[in-house]
Ligand binder design. Structure first.
Ligand SMILES: C[S@@+](CC[C@H](N)C(=O)[O-])C[C@H]1O[C@@H](n2cnc3c(N)ncnc32)[C@H](O)[C@@H]1O
Length: 267
C-alpha cells in the first residue's frame, strides 16, 4: 500500500517530526556516513547549478553553500512549512514550493539534480523522473538517495511484534511498506527507463541505540502515531517500550541501515 498524498503533507507540514528523525540518524549512526558518499558520487567542482528536490529543511544545499559552493543552489519542496523553514535557515539558497512532477524551471536549467529520501513519497515516480530529465541540461546528472531493501529491519520486526496487541501500529508498518515503492530494486528500472542508464551503489551502516528512549522518540515522530489522540499514542508507546526492553538486555541495540544511491546521466 502506498502512502496517501494527504498523509505525506501532514507528516511534513512542519519540520518538527522530520527533525527528530534527522537528529536520531546524526546522533546514533555508526559506520560510514552518508554525506561523504554523496560528495564522492557528485564530485562537485563548485560552480554547478544544483536542484535538490524534496529538500525538507534544506540541509543539503545549505551545507554545500556553507562549504563554499559558488553555483546556483535551489531546494524544492511540496510543503510550504518546510520551504519557509529552509529559507529562514539558509538565506544563501533559493527555496521554492513545488511538486517533483511539476517543476517551475525551464528545460536544461540544472547541471545536477538530487532527490534524497523523497521519491518513495511521490505517487507517480516516472512522471517525476521525466520532469527531472527535462530540467537537467544534456550531460547533467541525477542522484537519488533512498532506503534499500531491509532498511532498519530489526526496528520493523519489533514494531510488527506489537501490532496484534496495538492495531494502531499497523498504520506504521503500512507507511513503511509505502516507503518500499522506491528502493534500489524497484528504483533501478524506473531510473534506467527515464535516463537510459543508472549506476546503483549501497552504503551499509547502523543505528546503535544506548536506551529505548530515542527509538521511541523516532517511532513517535511518525504520522501513524502523531495522528493518534495523546492517550492512545502513550498506550502504543508503552507497548513498544515493553517489546524493546529485551533487546537492550545486553546493553546497546543495533539496527542496521542500507542506503541506496541511484546515479544517472542525461545523454
Ligand atoms: C523524508 S523527507 C527528506 C528531506 C531531505 N531530502 C532529507 O534527505 O533529509 C521527504 C521530503 O519530501 C517532500 N516531498 C514529498 N513529496 C513531494 C513531492 N511530490 N514533491 C516535492 N517534495 C515532496 C516532503 O515534504 C519532505 O520534506
Amino acid at each position: 500500500m502506498s502512502i496517501q498524498p494527504a498523509e505525506v503533507a501532514a507528516q511534513y507540514a512542519t519540520d518538527r517530526n522530520l527533525r527528530v528523525r534527522i537528529e536520531t540518524h546524526e546522533q546514533y549512526t555508526v559506520g560510514p556516513r552518508l554525506e561523504p558518499e554523496v560528495d564522492r558520487l557528485l564530485s562537485l567542482r563548485g560552480d554547478e547549478a544544483l536542484l535538490d528536490v524534496g529538500t525538507g529543511p534544506g540541509n543539503f544545499p545549505g551545507r554545500l553553500r556553507a562549504e563554499g559552493h559558488r553555483g546556483r543552489l535551489v531546494g524544492v519542496d511540496l510543503s510550504p512549512g518546510m520551504v519557509e523553514r529552509a529559507a529562514s535557515t539558509y538565506p544563501g539558497v533559493e527555496f521554492v514550493e513545488a511538486s517533483a512532477d511539476a517543476l517551475p524551471f525551464p528545460n536544461g536549467t540544472f547541471d545536477l539534480l538530487t532527490a534524497r529520501h523523497m521519491l518513495y513519497h511521490v505517487p507517480d515516480v516516472s512522471a517525476a523522473l521525466a520532469e527531472f530529465m527535462r530540467v537537467l541540461r544534456p550531460g547533467g546528472r541525477f542522484l537519488a538517495v533512498t532506503n534499500a531493501t531491509g532498511y532498519m529491519g530489526e526496528l520493523w520486526e519489533a514494531v510488527a511484534e506489537v501490532v496484534p496487541e496495538q492495531p494502531a501500529l499497523a498504520g506504521l508498518l503500512e507507511s513503511r511498506a509505502g516507503s518500499a515503492v522506491f528502493s534500489e530494486q524497484n528504483g533501478e528500472p524506473l531510473v534506467r527507463g527515464a535516463f537510459g542508464n543508472v549506476e546503483v551503489g549501497l552504503l551499509e551502516n547502523a543505528l546503535v541505540f544506548p536506551t529505548p528512549e530515542p527509538v521511541l522518540a523516532y517511532l513517535g515522530s511518525m504520522t501513524a502515531l502523531q495522528r493518534l489522540p495523546d492517550k492512545d499514542r502513550l498506550q502504543v508507546l508503552s507497548a513498544l517500550r515493553r517489546a524493546l526492553a529485551p533487546r537492550f538486555l545486553m546493553g546497546e541495540w543495533r539496527v542496521s541501515k542500507r542506503v541506496a544511491f541511484l546515479h544517472a546521466r542525461k545523454k
